[in-house]
Design a protein around this ligand. Structure first.
Ligand code: ADP
Ligand code: MG
Length: 697
């Protein structure tokens, strides 16, 4: 199997030493092409640069030793296991080597040969001197006068079918057969950012000469990844901004003022500042693309409401997308209570409303005839068939659940580009904002409205459950309400989850036990929307006192009379998520409590819950969360629609991220894409067909 042309898109089968069988195993790891193999970056590195003198070997430490083999012997244990032992000797001493169950080695090993051995030493009562190197990672036979090849060795994510040494060999032979990689970045960027060439970086990331070169290689490749993401985001931003103009809203007038007056409170300074920024954007002829971040209860919804009134005052319609039915309902009620008196027509488009074809048709007609000014709904709002007569503003609540790709779907719903306001209560650290929301401008509401009482948070073990529920009972008897949150809906048979009490189980236990005389209800995501609404309604109006629920109540639900939240199996939730959850209490006059119940003995789990006891700052928590769990976990199932990061790390590479963003900004506005074809290809590769604009660029 030989090929003259080298293409990175060639199958891995063409790599020397891979072959059809291993290619199948590699495919299971999503490695199909030479490029995939090349970007199968090492997970870590081993320092083999320093030889260990045999006399200096310490148990439990890694060793790199060179010596002469002697006393080779093998035996079988009663269980049929083959054990090969030998001594390795250098000028300083001798140590036992042990191999388990590798009979074939008997044909390779001979007394007197020189070996380079990499492995780990262990205490071994049977060995001479009480120590044996019995975790041998690799060894190689040296000619009598051969210098051992030392250096930094890559450690790849490997499997049983494709081992560490398979990867090392395959990648090494790929690099050896590979002509120099073509540069994809413009020379100016390489110079300005002091980046090494792509070719050097790609070779060095696998087999670095030293740590300095490794750092440079990593930085270059991380830069590429982040630069590509930023370019993609900038393209989306540029596309919507350049090609179609937005709506120039008029200055805020009597209607916005009337809405402000209708509010039962004054805006906080942060709310004023953010609304001013939003109003400015809306009055501009370029479409607004703004993200408002603010901790739970910081009053983002009020800002959104004012922006919607502003669009109505300018003769447009506004759309408000909520992540759940419950929230859409809640916003609908609040908005219509406030705005109907001002002559603003508010409509609700939810799955419940649209279940009847007749109702749905009527509602769609009202929207397209401009008989509704503000429409609130869930993702039903982005379904085909909803046509606004004149859409001026789209507000998306809890945006990260919708993702970048859905964002552009809504944009396509009208000829003039509506303004877009995105609100998120998930405190997203700046680095993540730059990566995921690179196409948005960001405003922050830091201040909480006056009079908020801090929520007292305590972490408890499951042993204290009786006491905890007595406390909850006392709160309920005092006229307040409580949430009990569980990670699972129903019992799971899976081994990993078998110990977890589900929402159903806890509901049964509580409603038949301690709370048998208290109105309890169960709420979870698998229920019919209608049932969920009913249950939520009864909790909101105070009929239900205790609500056992999954995380469906995580976002935005506002029941000021609820003063206690118990979170069962708290270790199963992320910090940011727990923070969101506890934001459901502490909204009323009473002092509020959040009790995190967990029996996890893992120290990380404990540490995490303790952070919650002492920190009320959602942003700090999110940062911690990202550190402890990594970005993938943080966003959970959220499809943010961006290419995966293989080598860049949003924490370690903050600097690089900012440099990449600046460089991308400059690069894209200079309209270089047609010229740098290699870069454009990479963009298309990275984004696939997610953003067709890019491939057409
Ligand atoms: P968010 O959307 O950021 O979670 P909301 O806008 O729902 O927050 O506000 C949370 C609660 O605080 C609501 O009950 C709201 O009426 C109230 N609120 C908002 N802004 C203020 C303010 N400036 N002063 C007093 N209360 C406010
Ligand atoms: Mg505008």
């Amino acid at each position: 199997m030989s090929k003259t042309e080298f293409e990175l898109t060639d199958s891995v089968m063409y790599v020397k030493g891979v072959g059809p069988r291993r290619a199948v195993a590699l495919e299971k790891l999503n490695i199909r092409t030479k490029y995939d193999l090349l970007t199968h970056y090492p997970r870590s590195y081993e320092n083999h640069s320093d030889l260990t003198a045999i006399a200096d070997i310490v148990p439990e430490e890694s060793v790199v030793i060179v010596g002469r083999l002697g006393d080779l012997s093998s035996r079988k244990t009663s269980r049929g296991l083959t054990i090969i032992t030998a001594l390795l000797m250098d000028e300083t001493g001798a140590v036992q080597l042990t191999w388990f169950n590798q009979d074939y080695l008997l044909r390779k090993l001979h007394n007197g040969m020189r070996l380079l051995v990499i492995g780990k030493a262990k205490y071994d009562q049977w060995a001479v001197g009480g120590i044996s190197v019995n975790q041998i990672q690799s060894f190689s036979v040296l000619e009598p006068d051969e210098e051992p090849e030392l250096g930094i060795a890559p450690v790849y994510p490997a499997t049983a079918a494709v081992t560490q040494s398979n990867f090392r060999k395959a990648i090494k032979s790929l690099l050896e057969s590979m002509p120099p990689l073509k540069e994809i970045l413009p020379q100016e960027i390489l110079d300005a950012q002091e980046l090494i060439s792509l070719d050097e970086a790609m070779r060095a990331v696998h087999f670095p000469k030293d740590y300095l070169q490794l750092d440079e290689a990593r930085r270059r490749l991380a830069f590429d990844e982040l630069f590509l993401i930023q370019c993609g985001l900038m393209l989306i931003k540029r596309q919507t901004r350049d090609e179609r103009l937005g709506i120039m809203h008029s200055k805020s007038g009597a209607l916005v003022k009337a809405a402000l007056n209708a509010l039962p409170f004054d805006l906080t300074d942060d709310q004023k500042k953010v609304f001013r920024a939003v109003a400015n954007d809306m009055e501009d002829k370029l479409p607004m693309r703004r993200l408002v971040q603010g901790d739970v209860g910081s009053g983002k919804t009020v800002v959104a409401l004012l922006a919607l009134v502003k669009t109505v005052e300018s003769g447009c319609q506004g759309a408000f997308m909520a992540p759940t039915e419950i929230l859409a309902n809640q916003h609908y009620e609040k908005f219509s209570a406030l705005l109907t008196g001002l002559g603003i027509r508010v409509g609700l488009l939810s799955a419940k409303v649209t279940r009847s074809p007749k109702q749905r048709r009527e509602l769609y007609e009202k929207i397209s005839a401009h008989e509704l000014d503000i429409v609130i709904g869930t993702h039903a709002l982005i379904q085909e068939g909803v046509n606004f007569a004149r859409l001026g503003l789209v507000v998306t609540d809890e945006q990260h659940r919708f993702g970048v790709t859905q964002r552009s779907t809504l944009e396509k719903k009208s000829d003039a580009v509506p303004d877009m306001l995105v609100m998120t209560a998930t405190p997203i650290p700046r680095t993540m904002t730059l990566t995921v929301y690179g196409d948005l401008d960001v405003s922050l509401i830091k201040q909480l409205p006056p009079g908020r009482k801090p929520i007292e948070t305590v972490a408890k073990s499951r042993r204290s459950r009786r006491k905890i529920y007595e406390f909850v009972r006392a709160e309920i008897l005092a006229g307040r309400q409580a949430y009990v949150v569980c990670p699972l809906i129903e019992h799971s048979e899976s081994e990993r989850l078998a110990d977890i009490q589900s929402a159903e189980e806890i509901f049964d236990e509580l409603s038949r036990g301690v709370f048998s005389d208290v109105p309890c209800a169960l709420l979870h995501g698998k229920m019919k929307p209608r049932d969920k609404d009913d249950i939520m309604e009864k909790f909101r109006d105070g009929t239900t006192k205790l609500l056992v629920s999954t995380t469906v109540i995580e976002v935005g639900v506002d029941v000021p009379n609820a003063s206690v939240m118990v979170v069962e199996h708290a270790e199963r939730f992320g910090l940011a998520q727990l923070h969101q959850l506890r934001g459901r209490v502490g909204r009323g006059a009473a002092k509020s409590h959040c009790i995190l119940v967990s029996d996890s003995t893992a120290s990380v789990a404990k540490e995490r819950l303790e952070i919650l006891e002492t920190t009320a700052d959602g942003f700090k928590l999110a940062e911690q969360d990202l550190k402890l769990r990594g970005p993938g976990q943080f966003f959970g199932e959220a499809q943010h629609g961006l290419p995966d990061l293989k080598i860049a790390d949003v924490f370690r590479d903050v600097e690089v991220l900012i440099q990449a963003r600046d460089a991308a900004e400059k690069f894209i506005t200079d309209d270089n894409l047609n010229y740098f074809v290699g870069l454009r290809k990479n963009l298309a590769l990275a984004y696939g067909d997610k953003f067709s604009q890019i491939t057409e660029a």
